[in-house]
Every structure is written in structure tokens, then in C-alpha cells.
Design a protein around this ligand. Structure first.
Ligand code: HEC
Length: 189
């Protein structure tokens, strides 16, 4: 139970950090500003029917200020995965070549499943996305070698950013076929 609550907190913390980095533009998948309070509200709704009860009430009395301090602490002690930036994720998704096989909003290849943010599980779960990649890994490794000559390498930051991007409806709207580098376009034809 504690672990589940902690994981959820980490996710909240992470979204809070994302919005802080984005200068509070609120540019994330829920289309409103990701203040911790708003995230909690969303999570309360989405977890309302679960058997395992999260003790959201325990957080009622925490001020916004203290919530931010808690989030900063979680980041400090490494309990938070790298800050997830969907703008950087868009660049990685395109330049690493994911888009060759995975489309967003009809842009990109159709070798693998598309990643429209509207079809993704929300709120985003980075671990779930990584687990899906792992399941697809054998097929992807082979195809990437055939198509690109090697398997795509990702570091943790790039993966975190890609996870943010595949869950961000607004960021995905900015993707057009013109963004795809020429050498990839040839492969797509
Ligand atoms: C050469 C083509 C190709 C490239 C490039 C590629 N993928 Fe894939 N990917 C696939 C295929 C094909 C599958 C489906 C594999 C299967 O069903 O076994 C897949 C599956 C996946 C899945 C699992 C989807 C599901 O059904 O749950 C994820 C997640 C994924 N890829 C992410 C990525 C990311 C992120 C990148 C870029 C770093 C990437 N892929 C690059 C071909 C590719």
C-alpha cells in the first residue's frame, strides 16, 4: 500500500516538475496547468473506483507550498525519474527514428502501432510504456537493424522525454511530415 502511494506521488511530483520546467505553460496531456493540486484532483477522480484506497485525504492539509517542497525533496533524493519534457521528446522521437515505424496523428510509418496521445493510458505511466517497449523489443531490434543498420540506443533522459511526448496531445499537434529528416523520408517511401 505504501509503495503504491509513493509511486503515485512520484508521478505527481514528476508532472509537477514538468510543468515547472515548461515555465508553467501547462503544456501537458491534460490540457490544463499541472499544479500538484490539479494532478491530485485528476488522480482522485481516476482512482475513485479502485479497490486499493489511496489516502488522498492525508494530503488535504498540505499547502501548495509544502507540496512543492515535498516534490523538490523527492527529486533531490532521486525518487523521481528524470524530468520529462515532451518538446525534447518530440525531437528524440523523430531524430532517433521511432517515427519511421510509429505514427502520431497519421504522421510517420505504420510498421508498429501508432502512439496517439488520445489512445494512451492517462495519467501517463512511464514504467508501463517501458514495459510495452520491452515486449516489442525482439521484433523492434530485428527491424531496426534491417532498416537503420543498428538498434536504436536510448539513454534514460531520452526515454523519459519520449514517454512525455507520446502522452502529450498538444505537443503531438505540432508534428508534421516536414519535421522528418530527409534520410528518413526516403526510408518511409
Ligand atoms: C524499424 C521499425 C521500428 C522502429 C524504428 C521503432 N519501432 Fe517500436 N515497434 C516496432 C514494431 C514492429 C512493434 C511491434 C512489435 C510486436 O508486436 O512484437 C513495435 C513496438 C513498440 C512498442 C510496444 C507497442 C505495444 O503494442 O504495446 C513500443 C512502446 C515501441 N515500439 C516504442 C518505440 C520507440 C520509443 C521507438 C524509438 C526509440 C521505436 N519503437 C522504434 C517497430 C519499430
Amino acid at each position: 500500500m505504501k509503495t503504491v502511494t509513493l509511486l503515485c506521488l512520484v508521478v505527481i511530483a514528476n508532472l509537477g516538475a514538468t510543468s515547472a520546467l515548461a515555465g508553467g505553460s501547462g503544456n501537458h496531456s491534460h490540457g490544463h496547468e499541472a499544479t500538484p493540486a490539479k494532478m491530485l484532483e485528476t488522480m482522485r477522480d481516476q482512482h475513485a473506483d479502485h479497490d486499493h484506497a489511496h489516502d488522498f485525504e492525508a494530503m488535504d492539509d498540505i499547502s501548495e507550498d509544502d507540496m512543492h517542497r515535498t516534490i523538490d525533496l523527492l527529486i533531490d533524493i532521486g525518487l523521481v525519474v528524470p524530468t520529462m519534457d515532451s518538446q525534447r521528446g518530440k525531437v528524440a522521437f523523430i531524430e532517433k527514428g521511432c517515427i519511421l515505424c510509429h505514427a502520431v496523428n497519421e504522421v510517420g510509418g505504420d510498421v508498429g502501432p501508432s502512439f496517439n496521445a488520445s489512445d494512451m493510458v492517462q495519467p501517463m505511466n512511464a514504467f508501463e510504456f517501458a514495459a510495452r517497449m520491452w515486449r516489442g523489443a525482439p521484433a523492434m531490434a530485428q527491424m531496426q537493424e534491417d532498416l537503420l543498420g543498428e538498434m536504436i540506443a536510448l539513454d534514460g533522459q531520452e526515454l523519459a522525454d519520449i514517454v512525455a511526448f507520446v502522452h502529450d496531445t498538444d505537443e503531438q499537434k505540432t508534428v508534421s511530415a516536414d519535421d522528418i529528416p530527409a534520410e528518413f523520408k526516403e526510408l518511409l517511401e
